[in-house]
Design a protein around this ligand. Structure first.
Ligand code: NDP
Length: 455
């Protein structure tokens, strides 16, 4: 065999797995056909956050007036922002490639396709490996409606030559609300079209309600309960039919309607690797596919599609195979954030999920952050703890408000450790912060027991 481990895909999961395995002394090869670092570094989390930050500066300039500043704000230069973003992403991509070669892995710039269960082919060259990892990620999917190709997806959004003045976002998941916030903060008129009554299905109900309010407060126009039917061109403009005879005419339609596992054209049938009902690679808790020496991890398995999960899986597999440290990654209590303005972050169970298991005490607070009493910006913070009534363990923490992601990361440690409400209560706050609210929530808002209600 040419390698002990061959990794297909140089994204978050693949790079970590290859790098750690090489560090353990394994002979490792990695193939990447597009960009090192994968979706997160190139067309996902990292450039997205830079665009979010670009939007925040504009709002801060407005808010500063309430603090005595006189600020002259000119229009935003999208081209300059994208050029700066491209320079930074180029730098990071180089670092990811170097991390691999520095660790002693052999990198292949090209597409790897299975020829048989131990052999892949890259640009006509055959390579054999004892173990193979599939970490090919996912891709954004348009809705299956006539004219969908006239719209864009997140891959395209990072390379727009100019920023359209009028944008329709389709969907209300992570990507839809994040990009709605970005474009609005940079000055566009933004419409959010979604089929649910509230955005962010799957998040806690109070957070979803607060998110709808926050989007409206930002000036985003919401179209709940809408079903896109077709997309047509009218010269340079686009006309989206959203049901009930309603249409929206816009410069740009952006589909943020979910992602699919990237399994096409890999020769998986030749490798004997099976897919599941979601057309993603089926794995067990050791990340093993239906072929025991072939593993899959990250978005290509379509379980929890988050970068830190992918990197944790890559690290765990490398340690298990070559580091004499067999271990798995728990998919419970994974914190995550939505980088809207303000952001949302949560860890653990929602009130709905937890109360379906048994009674829960809810502690909920909404307030205007101190800063905005002077800035005059109508922005509220929502914070919520979900506490198991029987054990008094905090089983969920949710926040919409400035710095939510930074705050919930710390709270997540307590939740993962099984902290109780009393542990939160005996923790002294840091004053004055928003975060201290999580340790000063004295009055129970309500007790919910969906399990009993369902009886
Ligand atoms: P999501 O699954 O979060 O949201 C998809 C959206 O598309 C939902 O609003 C969904 O509506 C809607 N949709 C799907 N199918 C249809 C349909 N046929 N008709 C109308 N609407 C439809 O996907 P995203 O594309 O936003 O993001 C993909 C994944 O990427 C996320 O799940 C997340 O794991 C990851 N991600 C994480 C980020 C972070 O951590 N900050 C940022 C960006 C992405 P409905 O709710 O009704 O199903």
């Amino acid at each position: 065999m040419d390698f002990d481990l061959f990794v297909i895909g140089g994204g978050s999961a693949g790079v970590r797995c290859a790098r750690i395995a090489a560090g353990h002394g394994a002979r490792v090869g990695v193939a990447e056909e597009r960009h090192w670092g994968g979706t997160c570094v190139n067309i996902g989390c990292v450039p997205k956050k830079l665009l979010v930050q670009a939007g925040e500066y504009g709002a801060w300039a407005d808010d500063a007036i309430g603090f005595g500043w006189t600020i002259q704000k000119d229009s935003h230069d999208w081209g300059k922002l994208i050029a700066a973003k491209d320079r930074e992403i180029g730098r990071l991509e180089g670092i990811y490639r170097k991390l691999l070669t520095g660790a002693g892995a052999t990198v292949f710039d090209g597409r790897a396709v299975f020829v048989d269960p131990h052999t892949v082919e890259i640009a006509g060259k055959r390579i054999t490996a004892e173990n193979i990892v599939i970490a090919t990620g996912g891709y954004p999917e348009r809705l299956d409606i006539p004219g969908a190709d006239l719209g864009i997806v997140s891959d395209d959004a990072f390379f727009l030559k100019t920023m359209p003045r009028h944008i329709v976002m389709v969907g209300s998941g992570y990507i839809a609300v994040e990009f709605a916030g970005i474009f609005r903060a940079l000055g566009a008129e933004v419409h959010l079209v979604y089929r649910q009554p509230l955005p962010l299905r799957g998040f806690d109900q109070d957070i979803r309600e607060s998110m709808a309010e926050a989007l409206l407060a930002q000036g985003i126009i919401l179209h709940p309960g809408a079903t896109p039917e077709k997309l047509e061109a009218a010269g340079d403009r686009r006309v989206l039919s959203i049901g009930g005879g309603r249409t929206l005419t816009t410069d740009l339609v952006f589909f943020a309607t979910g992602r699919r596992a990237n399994v096409g054209g890999l020769g998986l049938e030749k490798a004997g690797v099976a897919l599941n009902a979601k057309n993603a690679i089926q794995v067990d808790d050791q990340l093993r596919t239906s072929q025991p020496h072939i593993y899959a991890m990250g978005d290509v398995t379509d379980r929890v599609n988050l970068t830190p999960v992918a990197t944790a899986e890559g690290h765990a597999l490398a340690d298990s195979l070559f580091g004499d440290n067999p271990r798995t990654v728990s998919l419970r209590n994974i914190p995550s954030a939505v980088f809207t303005t303000p952001p949302v972050a949560s860890v653990g169970l929602t009130e709905e999920q937890a109360s379906a298991l048994g009674p829960v005490d809810i502690y909920l607070t909404r307030f205007t952050p101190m800063r905005h009493n002077l800035s005059g910006r109508g922005r509220k913070t929502t914070m919520k703890l979900v506490v198991d009534k029987a054990t008094q363990k905090v089983v969920g923490a949710h926040m919409l408000g400035e710095d939510a992601a930074e705050i919930i990361q710390g709270i997540a440690i307590a939740v993962v450790m099984g902290a109780t409400k009393a542990d939160f209560d005996r923790t002294i706050g840091i004053h004055p912060t928003a975060a201290e609210e999580f340790v000063t929530l004295r009055t129970r808002t309500r007790t919910t027991d969906l399990a009993k209600a369902a009886e």
